[in-house]
Design a protein around this ligand. Structure first.
Ligand code: AMP
Length: 612
């Protein structure tokens, strides 16, 4: 068995103190004699121990030059994000603690003048993000003339994020004879090009660990109709109730939509994508760390470098583009020796593609149906019992309140109230179409709703800013237009207006009624309704002509925000939003609306060119 014993003793001691007894695969590979002193191209992912790997790979040369007492940086580590850079800095911090090496961290979003001071005071190892490093280089505090090793961490991500020029400028400022270690989760052509340009006689290291995850990650695939992706996501979240879950989407648009939907449903959720600033990223990460948020919706690129041991569930909401991405995303879970679950949500038409991807990755996934509300409720019951029976210490104030309650109510009633309070905090599961050919066919038929082949668009001057919601818009339309719920087709809610469809056959009658009821006393009568063009595509779809409106169902408690394949509808729960204009539309108050506001079919995701 390989050990760390042939390392310089200070490092071997640091590792031993940390409890790291034997090298991980990638560490063993960089410690092998043929890797000593050479340029390396290493495919390794977060979690493989790669940071310690380049840390120990640097050691011999660093410690040697260290004694020459130069004050200029000897080692430069470039990482794509602030989190990753800070993480690297922390790891090198304990690894080199006994050596007296000074580490400076230069990352976007931090106090640049402090960093300049640290650099001027002399740092042996500099860790930073490309933009900030380039900045320090151009202004002068970062002098790379004595550098002996440059490390590019998550190089593929840095290129994906558009840092190529920064990297080139930084590398061009280093001595020609430097050593270059290139770490990358994937090896696309542009990495190969970068390696060719900046490395000499590089040793390629690809460990079997790249395919890690078989042991500690259980893979599952859930087939759904394209319209049910969001519903399946919600049910998977509710079924697993993971300590932390990461949800992957293909584009930043999809991230934004899914984040909005989950937030509306009452999940503690954050989003990570290219559209977020560094400080938003920081806040999101902090929320996940201290458990204010338990769900993170992310793009592939934005999620790199996240290392949260608490992630026990990964959901591929939109299927990964290739096997490597599948591995990489899934690798966010099953860390630190814990078990993880990675679930692919597979729309029926993509099943073949996913099967071949899984085969290519040699992953044996279990094909299952999405969790049903019943199975979720069963899980909830067990979890509730466990949570409520957990040993607890009560103080006098708690006991005094308990005694007062006991005087008023039976123990059973109090316990039931407690259960209900807990239950109320949990987002509602979604009804799913049963995964049988018959049920699917029936659902398909629903989408072609009779009577809505020929419709007319109308609009009203109330939108999201006025808290427009199908739950009170529908009753309003029925009252004002003397129609029934079944006679309203698609509803699209925009910022300040809402569009909806009415079958052409009744549109004239509808218009007349609207005009007649426009002068009533009720506040609703002041809402302006008129024929209109079709709405812009960007408006949120709250219901489509395809939705079958008559059957009650239980689709969560808040309205849909559009999204995946028409997404899931609101309905079921009471509308709790604020009332528009301080006044109040009648439909907005009171008990649960009896009518559903289901959506299905309709909107589809249009992936944009940008993948982050
Ligand atoms: P990384 O791939 O650099 O993100 O590292 C993943 C985690 O594994 C970090 O928390 C490291 O501290 C830890 N780690 C690194 N090397 C070892 C080792 N040889 N044994 C156990 N854990 C390690």
């Amino acid at each position: 068995m390989m050990t760390f014993s042939n390392l310089p003793p200070v490092l071997a001691t640091a590792l031993a103190e940390r409890g790291y007894e034997k090298p991980t695969e990638v560490q063993a590979a960089v410690l092998a004699p043929e890797a000593a002193g050479r340029d390396l191209v290493v495919s390794a992912q977060t979690g493989s121990g790669k940071t310690v790997a380049f840390g120990i790979s640097l050691a011999a040369q660093l410690l040697e030059r260290f004694n020459q007492a130069t004050e200029l940086p000897l080692v430069l580590v470039i990482a794509p994000t602030r989190e990753l850079a800070l993480q690297v800095s922390r790891e090198l911090g304990w690894l080199y603690a006994g050596t007296g090496a000074r580490i400076a961290t230069c990352v976007g979003g931090m106090d640049a003048s402090k960093e300049r001071r640290a650099l001027r005071n002399g740092a042996h190892i500099v860790v930073g993000t490309p933009g900030r490093l380039r900045d320090h280089l151009e202004r002068g505090p970062l002098d790379l003339s004595q550098l002996h090793t440059a490390v590019l961490d998550e190089a593929d991500e840095m290129l994906d994020m558009g840092f190529r020029e920064d990297l080139e400028e930084i590398l061009d400022a280093t001595p020609a004879g430097r050593r270059t270690l290139l770490f990358s989760a994937t090896m696309p052509q542009q990495i190969v090009t970068l390696a060719k340009r900046y490395q000499q006689d590089a040793l390629r290291i690809a460990t079997a660990g790249d395919k890690r995850g078989h042991g500690d990650i259980a893979f599952q695939a859930v087939t759904v109709s394209p319209a049910e992706i969001e519903a399946a996501t919600i049910n998977l979240l509710r079924f697993h109730e993971a300590e932390t879950a990461i949800l992957f989407c293909a584009t930043r648009d999809s991230v934004r939509r899914l984040h909005a939907t989950l937030q509306e449903r009452g999940f503690g959720v954050v989003a990570l994508s290219g559209e977020h600033s560094q400080s938003e990223r920081n806040q999101a990460m902090q929320a996940l760390r201290d458990r204010r948020a338990r769900v993170c919706v992310a793009t592939d690129v934005a999620s790199r470098g996240i290392d949260l041991p608490s992630v026990s569930l990964v959901i591929h909401v939109e299927i990964p583009r290739d096997a490597e991405t599948l591995q990489h995303r899934s690798g966010r879970t099953g860390r630190a020796g814990k078990k993880g679950t990675a679930v692919l949500i597979v729309p029926f038409p993509r099943r073949k593609r996913v099967e071949s991807m899984l085969r290519g990755a040699k992953i044996d996934a279990q094909w299952i149906d999405a969790p049903t509300p019943e199975s979720i409720r069963t899980q909830d019951r067990e979890r509730l019992i466990e949570a409520l029976l957990e040993p607890a210490e009560f103080d006098d104030e708690d006991r005094a309140l308990a005694q007062r309650l006991m005087k008023e109510r039976s123990a059973e009633d109090i316990a039931a109230a407690l259960v209900r309070a807990h239950r109320a905090a949990m987002p509602q599961p979604e009804e799913m179409i049963e995964n049988t050919p018959e049920a699917r066919q029936a659902a398909q038929k629903e989408r072609h709703r009779p009577g809505f082949e020929d419709t007319v668009w109308f609009k009203m001057d109330i939108g999201r800013s006025q808290n427009a919601d199908p739950r009170w818009i529908l009753p309003l339309l029925c009252r004002r237009g003397h129609i029934t719920r079944n006679e309203v087709g698609a509803i699209r809610i925009g910022g300040n207006e809402t569009h909806f469809q009415v079958p052409r056959a009744i549109s004239e009658r509808f218009t007349e009624s609207i005009l007649r009821t426009a002068n009533g006393d009720s506040e609703e009568d002041g809402v302006n309704i008129e024929p209109s063009e079709a709405p812009r595509e960007s408006a949120r779809v709250h219901r489509t002509a395809g939705a079958k409106p008559a059957k009650p169902h239980h689709r969560g408690k808040k309205p849909n925000s559009g999204g995946f394949g028409g997404g899931v509808g609101g309905g079921g729960g009471g509308y709790k939003g604020k009332k528009p204009g301080g006044g109040g539309y009648k439909g907005n108050k009171g008990p649960r609306p009896s009518g559903p506001v289901k959506t299905s079919g309709g909107a589809t995701i249009k992936p944009k060119g940008n993948k982050d």
